[in-house]
Design a protein around this ligand. Structure first.
Ligand code: F0G
Length: 460
C-alpha cells in the first residue's frame, strides 16, 4: 500500500468541485472519508462552469444519441455516454468500464392490472454486468480511485456493492477489500466478490457496523472507500435517470419509485433530475419516492418522527438483505431530493415484498427482494391516492433475480413465512411454483401438466 489522497492527478480540478451538503463549503480536494473538513457532513460533486461550458440541451441530447452509433469503449458504456454531466477525464482511455448501463425499460402489463396503473414501467438495473445498479456508480468511482493512485479500494456492503467493486477493481488492476456482515448476505453476491479476487472479510456485525469500521480504516490506511458516501459513485448512478429519460423521449414520468437502503441511489437519481431540469433537458420533475422494508425503515421514521431534521436509526431486520440497513449514510441527501421533487417515503411488510417479487417474476422479468419493494410500495401509494391511476410510474429494479436464489427457493417451496405467519403464507400460495420431483415416466409428466392447468386456469 502506498499513501495518496483522493484528489485526482490527471483530472482538471476546475471542472468539478466538492461541495458540503450542510455548510456549502467548496473544495478542490476531498479527504479519504469524503466528509467536509469543516463540519463533517457529506460532500457532493458540483460543476461551477456548466453554465458557460455545456452545450445547450438539444445539442447534449443529440450528442448522446450520436454516441450510440459509436463502437468506442467509452461510448458503449451507458454511463460514460453521458460523460458531459460527469467529472471530466483527461482521456477516455482512463475509464474502467465493463459496458455498464444500457439497461432496458420494460412495460409491466400484469403488474399494471394488479395495481390499476396502466402506464407502469420497470427500469431494470439488475441487467448490469455484475447484476445490480451499483455498476453505474462503480465505473466512475473506481476510475477516479485509480487516477488518484490508490492500490487498495474497499467497501462495506450488503453484497451488491462488494460484487461490483471487486469486479471494477479487478478490471482496473487494483486490490479490493470487502467488509460484509457475516451470515447476512446472499451466497451469490459473496461468490462474485471471491471470484473477482477481493480480500473478503465476513465481520461479526451488521452492515452499519461494517461501514463504521471502514470509515475508521480509511482514516488510518491508504485505502480508497467505494461506498456511496463517495460522491463519484453517485455521479455515475445519476446516469440511470438520464438513460431513463432518454428512453422516454425526455417526457418525464409522473413518478419514479426506488428502494431505500443506504439512500445513495435515491440521492443520485434525485440529483440527476434536479440537474436535468436546471439544464432544461426536461420540462418538469417527476416525483421521486423511496420505499423501505418495514424492518429497516430509518428514512420513514426520520421523516415521520423528526420531520426529516435528524436521523432516526433503527436495528434493521429484513429478508431483503440488500436493504438491511439501519443507519443510512445519505439520509440528508435523500430527504432533500424527496422534498425537492415532491416525493414521499413509505414502508412495506416482508409478505408484501415476497408477493411483489413473485408478481414481477410472473412478468418474465424477475428481480431480487430489495427491488420488489417498489411494486409493493406502489400498491400502497395508489391506496393513499398519492399515485393516481392515470399517472405514469417507473419502478427502479435494482438487482437481478439471480442475486438471491435462497429467497426465491424458500418462497416457492412455501418455507419463507411458514413458521411466522401461516395465513399470509396461504395468501401467497397461488404465486408459488415449487419444483416437482417425479418418476421419469411420460404418464407422470402428463399428469403434472393436467394438474398445472387445473391449478392455474388463468394462464390458458
Ligand atoms: N437494491 C439493492 C439490490 C441493493 O443492493 C441496495 C443497496 C439497494 C437497493 C439500496 O440502495 O443503498 O443506494 O439506498 N445495497 C448496498 C450494498 C448497500 O452494499 O450492496 P441504496
Amino acid at each position: 500500500m502506498r499513501p495518496s489522497t483522493s484528489s485526482a492527478p490527471g483530472v482538471r480540478p476546475a471542472e468539478f468541485r466538492f461541495r458540503c451538503i450542510a455548510c456549502g463549503d467548496l473544495s478542490d480536494r476531498a479527504s479519504q472519508d469524503f466528509r467536509c473538513s469543516h463540519c463533517g457532513d457529506l460532500l457532493e460533486i458540483t460543476y461551477p462552469r456548466w453554465k458557460e461550458s455545456l452545450p445547450e440541451a438539444a445539442k447534449l441530447k443529440s450528442n448522446w444519441r450520436q454516441r450510440r452509433l459509436s463502437q468506442a469503449a467509452i461510448d458503449l458504456s451507458g454511463v460514460w455516454r453521458f460523460r458531459d454531466l460527469l467529472p471530466e477525464l483527461e482521456s477516455v482511455e482512463q475509464a474502467i468500464t465493463l459496458r455498464e448501463g444500457n439497461t432496458p425499460l420494460y412495460e409491466l402489463p400484469q403488474c399494471a392490472r394488479i395495481t390499476g396503473v396502466p402506464r407502469l414501467f420497470a427500469k431494470h438495473q439488475g441487467l448490469n454486468p455484475t447484476g445490480s445498479f451499483k455498476d453505474a456508480g462503480m465505473t466512475v468511482a473506481a476510475t477516479f480511485a485509480r487516477l488518484a493512485g490508490f492500490q487498495w479500494v474497499a467497501c462495506a456492503s450488503t453484497g451488491n456493492t462488494s460484487a461490483s467493486m471487486a469486479a471494477y477493481a479487478a478490471r482496473g488492476g487494483m486490490r479490493s477489500l470487502v467488509l460484509v456482515p457475516e451470515g447476512k448476505i446472499s451466497w451469490s453476491k459473496l461468490s462474485q466478490a471471491l471470484d473477482y479476487g477481493a480480500v473478503t472479510c465476513q465481520l461479526r456485525t451488521d452492515f452499519d457496523g461494517c461501514l463504521r469500521l471502514l470509515q475508521e480504516l480509511v482514516r488510518r490506511a491508504p485505502v480508497y472507500q467505494l461506498n456511496s458516501l463517495n460522491p463519484f459513485r453517485l455521479e455515475g448512478q445519476k446516469t440511470l435517470a438520464l438513460e431513463l429519460l432518454e428512453q422516454l423521449d425526455w417526457q418525464p414520468p409522473d413518478h419514479i419509485i426506488v428502494p431505500g437502503g443506504n439512500l445513495g441511489n435515491s440521492s443520485a437519481i434525485g440529483k440527476a433530475l434536479l440537474e436535468m431540469r436546471e439544464l432544461r433537458l426536461i420540462p418538469r420533475l417527476p416525483k421521486l419516492s423511496v420505499i423501505q422494508a418495514e424492518g429497516a425503515n430509518a428514512l420513514v421514521r426520520t421523516i415521520r418522527e423528526a420531520g426529516g431534521k435528524r436521523l432516526v436509526s433503527v436495528q434493521a431486520e429484513t429478508r431483503a438483505t440488500a436493504i438491511r440497513i439501519g443507519n443510512p449514510a445519505s439520509w440528508k441527501k435523500a430527504v432533500h431530493v424527496l422534498e425537492a421533487t415532491g416525493g414521499v417515503c413509505d414502508e412495506v411488510t416482508e409478505i408484501e415484498i415476497a408477493q411483489a417479487k413473485a408478481e414481477i417474476g410472473a412478468e418474465g422479468i424477475g428481480c431480487e427482494p430489495a427491488s420488489a419493494v417498489t411494486l409493493a410500495g406502489l400498491k400502497k401509494l395508489v391506496k393513499r391516492s398519492f399515485v393516481k391511476p392515470e399517472e405514469s410510474v417507473v419502478l427502479v429494479l435494482t438487482g437481478s433475480l439471480l442475486k438471491d436464489p435462497d429467497f426465491t427457493m424458500e418462497f416457492h417451496r412455501g418455507d419463507l413465512f411458514k413458521d411466522v405467519n401461516e395465513s399470509a403464507s396461504a395468501t401467497l400460495k397461488p404465486l408459488r411454483h415449487p419444483p416437482i420431483v417425479l418418476d421419469a415416466t411420460l404418464d407422470a409428466v402428463i399428469h403434472t401438466l393436467e394438474q398445472a392447468e387445473k391449478e392455474h386456469p388463468e394462464k390458458s
